[in-house]
Design a binder for this molecule. Sequence first.
Ligand code: PBG
Length: 321
Amino acid sequence: MKRFRPYRLDAATRDFYADVRVSVNDFIYPYFIVDGEHEIQPIHSLKGISRFSPDELVKDLEETIALGIDKILLFGVIEQELKDEVGTIGYDKDSLVCRTIRLIKQHYPKVIIFTDVCLCEYTSHGHCGLLVGETVDNDTTLPLLAQMALVHAQAGADFVAPSAMMDGQVKAIKDLLHKKGQTAKVLAYSAKYSSNFYGPFRDAAGSAPSFGDRKTYQMDYRTKNQGLEEISADVEEGADWIMVKPAQTYLDIIQRASVAFPEIPLAAYQVSGEFAMLKTAAAAGLLNEELGFLESLTAIKRAGANYIITYYAKDFVRKGL
Ligand code: PBG
C-alpha cells in the first residue's frame, strides 16, 4: 500500500507539495472604457467591475498597480449612435482606446497594455467583422483589424489582441505593424469558442450582435482538434502569445495547447459568464467566493496557462489569496 496521507498532514506539508500556485504576475486585468470625464459606471452583471472614463481609469490604476498587477486589457465601449456599419470609430488614431492608452502611458509608463482588436464593439450591427449582406466577410475585414491594431500600437499598446476570429488576422496585423516599424506584440485569441459564457461582457461592452450569432466565425465547442489547428495557424502567422477562451470550461484545450506549444506563452480568459457564475453562487451562499475563485484559477494554471485574464485579479490580491 502506498501511503498518500503524509502529503496532506498539515497546511505546511500541503503547501510544500503544491505543484501549482497562482500568483499576481499571472494576471491580466480587463478594463472597460467609456468616453467622458468622472464616469464610473458599475456593471450589474459583473459585480465589482465598472466602466471608467479615461481619467477615472487612470485613478483606478493606482490601486491596481499598488496591488502588483502590471498587465491590463482594454475594451472600448461606444455609444450606439456613434457606431456605423464599418466600425470607423474603432480604427481612428484618436479613438477612445488610443486616447486612453496615451493617458495611461503618461502616468504609468511601465504598465503593460493589451488591447482587444475586433469590430464588434464599434459596428452598429455588433458583429466582429464587416458584413456583406448578412454574412460576416473574412477578407475585407482583415485590413480594418490591421488598421485598428496599428493605431493601438502607435498610441503605445504593448500587445494587440485580435479577437474577431477572422482567418489570417494575425498575419494581416503582423505585416502592417512590421511595415510601419511598430514593435507591439500580438496576443492571438487563437482558440476562441462560440460560447454561452460571454453574456455579461456583451452587456458591459454593448457589443451583442443585433441579429444572428457568432457561430460562423467563433469555434464550435463540439470540435476536438480544431482549436489546436487554429493555434498552430496563428503561430505560423507570427503570433507572439496565444490564447484559449473561455478557460474554465476549456481546460482540455489549455492543457493540449501548453503541451503542443511549450515555447509560446499561453493565456487563458476566465470570461464574464464564468466570473458571474462563481460570484452568483457565492452570493447565494452556495460556495465560498475566495476559495471558489482560488480553485478555479488554480485549475486554469494547472492545465497549463501561463497568464490568466480575469475580472477577479484585484480581489484575488486584496483578499491575500
Ligand atoms: C470580442 C470579445 C468578447 C469577449 C472578449 N472580446 C465577446 C464575444 O466574442 O462575443 C468576451 C469576454 C468575456 O466574456 O469576458 N471583442
